[in-house]
Design a protein around this ligand. Structure first.
Ligand code: ARG
Length: 241
């Protein structure tokens, strides 16, 4: 009987953290957020981007290989806290709300929300114009949270791209999205424009399970090294142009 219970509990442990190997750093992301993370490579089935290169260096510094798990943005924190992944690298903004459930690295990128509208729409030029407008966002993002402060008409999608399609098709008035991915998408969308308004800066951090202090320390050390030796600047040059 005892034996059976041991086997069963081992199986249960496996359910939460299974497939995770000691020599792997398993990183969760949502690859709909260029240039931070997106699908690319010759077959289009490879997760690439600024965050992924950072995560790969962190894994290397730890003597591990990187494995990337792609999932919906709003599933990342759940996956982290159930042990399915070790770290989130997803352009995730450090917020007091999230800090209640995860631990963040030192910030590695400063961003802001921007307002995207159709090019021919001149009704929205300042923050007060957002009031009661129809807003599309990516589900579970800071843009999503912010939009609800301005309006009750917020529709959330699993990617910023889908939110922008909704705008293009005239079903919403604006999209709230992070600056760099917005600029990236707009380069291919001539019917849309983006405006910088007086929103607070946001800082991206890598998220780890609360209490995993050893990993947090290690990640911070890797980030500091990448900052000091110029690798972070090289990556910025590579991805943010
Ligand atoms: N910075 C925003 C947030 O933390 C959006 C991040 C979206 N990231 C992504 N990989 N889709 O909520």
């Amino acid at each position: 009987m005892k034996k059976i219970i041991t086997v069963l509990s081992l199986a249960l442990v496996c359910l939460s953290g299974c497939g995770k190997q000691a020599n792997e750093l398993v990183v969760g992301t949502n690859a709909t957020f260029p240039p931070f993370e997106y699908m690319g490579g010759t077959g289009g089935d490879e997760v690439k981007g600024f965050d992924i290169d950072i995560a790969r260096q962190i894994a290397k510094d730890a003597g591990k290989t990187l494995r990337v798990e792609n999932m919906n943005f709003d599933a990342l924190i759940v996956a982290l806290n159930s042990g399915k992944i070790d770290m989130i690298a997803a352009g995730m903004t450090i917020t007091p709300e999230r800090e209640k459930t995860v631990s963040f690295s030192t910030p590695y990128y400063e961003a802001t929300q921007v307002v995207i509208t159709r090019k021919d729409d001149n009704r929205i030029t300042q923050i007060s114009d957002l009031k009661d407008k129809k807003i599309a966002v990516q589900l579970g993002t800071t843009g999503d949270v912010m939009a609800k402060d301005f309006s009750q008409q917020v529709v959330a999608f699993n990617s910023g791209f889908e939110a922008l399609m909704e705008l293009k098709n005239g079903r919403v008035d604006l999209v709230l999205f992070d600056s760099a991915p917005a600029a990236h998408h707009l380069a291919k969308n001539r019917q849309l424009k983006m405006q910088q308004m007086d929103f607070k800066p946001e800082y991206y951090g890598l998220a780890m399970a609360k209490g995993n202090d050893a990993l947090v320390r290690q990640v911070d050390a890797s980030l500091a090294k990448m900052q000091a030796d110029g690798q972070l600047d090289t990556l910025l040059d590579k991805y943010m142009k």
